[in-house]
Design a protein around this ligand. Structure first.
Ligand SMILES: [Zn+2]
Length: 304
């Protein structure tokens, strides 16, 4: 991937942006330059490392993975990366994007020194997959979107391999804590009904308006966390299981029923059909969701 002029000038300014078409050509320009119409990402970053080209190549794999799965051309996304001194600040950003945010712009923090194999870029891929999938599904229900399990499953499916492997391992270790599938398919994302998340979202809003500093934000979050430690641990376990199970059921369906089924399932859900009817419609699960649950459990146990 070659980088043309403008990069050096951008480096001097400390703020770079790269507009990279899918063909593999990268046009690095100063902030504000016109984006090639076919570019998948415009990236602005104040990180010295990873480089813009490395980040672009990394995210382009997310774009390709989504395109291959859903047979759609995901929309261009603008990514604004800033280096954060504290890892804690970056951990609270996943799934916290505000409803009012531009649908195809994402601001993201990278802990200083974290590389391409770190969690932050994997989490960024997760969030970008959410953006793409919202374009497929629309967002009825807003924060408590319908078919939340599928939104999370698709997002987790776009994480880097080591992080998806962690989720698979978690599911193997927590099969007994699973949520019945009939409930999983209907429930709200438990992460979004957590008071710490509500606090975090509110503080990020205040931060954006300049009412508080990052330090104050971190102090308030730590104060809340230390005074609610045990309930947060329980909620954390439940949330991890919810994400891992959503991904696991999705991977089961993908393996057994194929990509075409996944696309049809998403379309039917968007059109108001129920999972019970979709599952029965395959002809592979005589008792609907109950049969699916047994088949998925058997598959999960065989995998471990
Ligand atoms: Zn998510």
């Amino acid at each position: 991937m070659k980088v043309r002029g403008g990069l050096l000038a951008g480096a001097v300014l400390g703020l770079l942006s790269v507009s990279a078409p899918g063909s593999g050509r990268a046009a690095a320009t100063k902030e504000g330059a016109e984006m090639a119409p076919e570019a998948h990402f415009t990236i602005v970053s104040d990180a010295a490392s990873p480089s813009l080209e490395e980040i672009d190549a990394y995210l382009d794999r997310t774009w390709t993975r989504f395109r291959d799965l859903f047979a759609v051309e995901p929309a261009p996304v603008r990514v604004v990366l800033t280096v954060a001194e504290s890892e804690a600040a970056t951990r609270s950003q996943t799934d916290q994007r505000s409803e009012a945010a531009d649908a195809h712009v994402i601001a993201w923090m990278l802990p200083r020194g974290e590389g391409l194999d770190g969690q932050s870029l994997s989490d960024l891929s997760h969030e970008i997959a959410h953006m793409y999938f919202l374009d497929v599904m629309g967002n009825p229900g807003g924060l408590h979107q319908e078919h939340a399990w599928l939104h999370e499953a698709v997002a987790c499916y776009h994480e880097a391999d080591p992080f998806r492997n962690n989720r698979r391992q978690w599911m193997r270790d927590h099969l007994e804590d699973r949520v019945p599938l009939a409930q999983l398919f209907e429930m709200q994302n438990p992460v979004k009904v957590n008071p710490l998340v509500e606090l975090t979202a509110r503080l990020h809003g205040q931060l954006a308006k300049g009412e508080i500093t990052v330090t104050e934000l971190n102090q308030q979050i730590s104060a809340y966390a230390s005074s609610h430690a045990s309930e947060l641990v329980n909620a954390g376990v439940r949330n991890m299981t919810y994400y891992s199970q959503s991904l696991s059921v999705f991977e089961f369906l993908l393996e057994r029923e194929g990509e075409a089924f996944i696309r049809t399932m998403a379309q039917k859900l968007r059109d108001g059909e129920t999972m019970e009817s979709i599952v029965r419609g395959t002809g592979h699960y005589a008792e609907g969701i109950d049969s699916l649950e047994n088949a998925w459990l058997e598959w999960s146990r065989a995998r471990s």
